[in-house]
Write a protein that binds this ligand. Structure first.
Ligand code: DON
Length: 555
């Protein structure tokens, strides 16, 4: 009898825990209202967060062609509720097999300006189409014909472009004009389109339909593949059919760390995001930040960022090609050693850590979305074609704008990329290698709360996510994480960068007395999309960065 009572108790208790483990609402935050709506369409049809992720990724490829797309790649961090497992889908682009270490250098060994940024030679082999198929088949419930339907509809019927599209089309006008197919789709008579312009993408709809019908083969084989390879080669690129045949999605273990009782899960290599975040948080965990004054806090955060980004430049690349000291970099004792080198009253000179190198401005695009479904599945995905409108090159009749992710490689030791990031051998170009990324889709968990967050922003992605994590640790909500004023240090250039209005004069004066130098970015940056599930109060909240045109919705 006693046993029976015991069994009933266990049963009741475990159902109670289980139902407490299910969120009361689903939520989606993405950079475009039509993409958020596409995700909810899947949830309404009985799909899970992974089906929604496929629909949102594909929709963004259509409605936000500035930031991501079939011609690019990304990282999808998944949390599978049924077995409490976290997986990173690595759909990062890889270098073509004909790529060589010095392919962007001239005969004197100098980097040729723009060669890794504009045009067909800057494009690496896309991973996004393979990732859509992989996620749908391995983790989703709905067929691609359903999860790609909203994207196909948006491409065929068209949608009104926003102010950001027009701004970025102007910024990339020259690159787009160099590609007849891209200019025809994205511009009007060779000029930036007028407000209210409806963007229709017939060829892209057909390419999406081929993927819906044939899966992977719809993009990496047959007619579409043929047009991609021919188009790239005719424009001076080096892709071959073998590149497309060999492209593979890799499921990887995410990077995990712990900060003040918060479990942090983020992107593994070939992204530097997870490692740098955990290293910086480990350094900061030795201080009681909240008990310190604002200037001390900022000083320590900047010094920790400097050291994290320094190790990024020194050590990180594609773990399938080079050995990375990951265990060391995420180790608490290693961080304690770095902490020893920080003085509270003085900025460390980056040059004292290693030779000085570069000074370049930051990035404009890429995209992030966050999803939570009612089963407790989660997705944090950051997707990219790198620079706004990627390479600006579209192979004729495909509708696919190609990435210029080759620029994320270190073209030459110490030569900064478009985000001013430097690197060395670990991130040198090799055939088939994946270029180092900063994309940091992230989950946070403590006993009471779960968070899903991430943002675009080139090298500044990691520091933005870091500031978001520190704000989560303070107990603040997603509305606060996404709108925080932003500052950043990436080791080189040795300046604290901050967005317009991000650091007031008083703070700057106090920090400059400790030896910090400053550079204002003359606009705001980032486009964070975040979700919070507060288990204790059974509340779900979502927020979209006020700097962007996105939409966060709880249902
Ligand atoms: O993978 C990376 O780190 C870059 N290609 C991301 C570019 C980016 O975020 C541009 N955006 N604002």
């Amino acid at each position: 009898m006693k046993k029976l009572y015991y069994l009933i108790f266990i049963l009741l208790f475990s159902t109670a825990v289980q139902s407490a483990e299910k969120p009361p609402h689903a939520a989606i935050a993405s950079a475009h209202p039509l993409a958020t709506a596409a995700g909810f369409e899947m949830l309404d049809q009985g799909g899970n967060a992974f089906d929604a992720a496929v629909a949102v990724s594909a929709a963004l490829a259509v409605v936000e062609p500035v930031g991501s797309g079939l011609g690019g790649g990304g990282f999808w961090l998944l949390h599978q509720a049924k077995d409490n497992r976290q997986i990173m889908i690595d759909g990062r682009e890889r270098a073509p097999l004909a790529a060589t270490r010095d392919m962007y250098l001239d005969s004197q060994g100098k980097a040729v300006p723009k060669l890794s940024i504009d045009g067909a030679l800057s494009a690496a082999i896309p991973g996004l189409p393979a990732a859509l198929v992989h996620i749908a088949e391995k983790r989703g419930r709905l067929p691609l014909s359903k999860s790609l339907a909203p994207a196909i509809r948006y491409a065929k019927e068209g949608f009104e472009v926003g102010a950001r599209y027009r701004l970025m089309a102007g910024f990339r006008l020259k690159a787009l004009l160099n590609s007849n197919a891209a200019a025809k789709v994205f511009l009007a008579g060779g000029k930036v389109v007028l407000p209210g312009f409806k963007l229709v993408q017939k060829d892209l709809a057909e390419t999406l339909e081929a993927i819906a019908l044939h899966g992977r083969e719809g993009f990496y084989a047959g007619k579409v593949a043929d047009k991609l390879v021919k188009g790239v080669r005719a424009a001076g690129g080096i892709w071959t059919q073998q590149d497309l045949d060999e492209y593979k999605i890799i499921e990887r273990e995410p990077i995990q760390g712990e900060y003040r009782g918060i479990k942090v899960t983020s992107a593994a290599p070939p992204s530097s995001g997870g490692i740098v975040l955990v290293e910086v948080l480990n350094i900061l965990s030795g201080y009681d930040l909240e008990k310190l004054g604002e200037i001390d806090q900022k000083h320590l955060i900047i010094e920790a960022m400097r050291r994290g980004y320094h190790d990024r430049a020194r050590y990180l690349g594609d773990a399938d090609f080079v050995e990375l000291p990951i265990e060391q970099l995420v180790d608490k004792y290693y961080a304690a050693g770095l902490r020893e080198s920080i003085r509270i009253d003085r900025a460390t000179k980056s040059a004292a850590l290693a030779a000085a190198v570069s000074d370049k401005a930051g990035g404009e695009d890429t995209t992030h979305f966050s999803i939570l479904d009612r089963e407790g599945n989660r997705v944090a995905a950051t997707l990219s074609i790198n620079y706004p409108f990627g390479s600006g090159f579209m192979p004729p009749d495909t509708g696919v704008i190609l990435n210029d992710e080759m620029d994320d490689f270190s073209k030459k030791a110490g030569e900064p990329n478009i985000y001013g990031l430097v690197g060395g051998k670990a991130n040198a170009i090799e055939p088939g290698k994946r270029m180092l990324s900063s994309m940091s889709p992230t989950f946070l968990e403590d006993e009471e709360r779960v968070a899903i967050l991430g943002t675009p922003g080139g090298s500044r992605i990691i520091s933005m996510v870091l500031l978001g994590i520190l704000d989560f640790a303070k107990g603040n909500d997603p509305g606060s994480w996404v709108s925080l004023p932003r500052f950043h240090h990436q080791y080189q250039p040795d300046v604290v960068q901050y967005e317009k209005g991000g650091l007031d004069e008083k703070t700057q004066t106090a920090l400059s007395e400790r030896g910090h130098l400053f550079k204002e970015i003359n606009r705001s940056y980032g486009n964070m999309q975040a979700i919070l599930w507060d288990k204790k109060h059974s509340v779900v909240e979502a927020a979209s960065d006020p700097r962007g045109e996105g939409n966060a919705q709880v249902d």
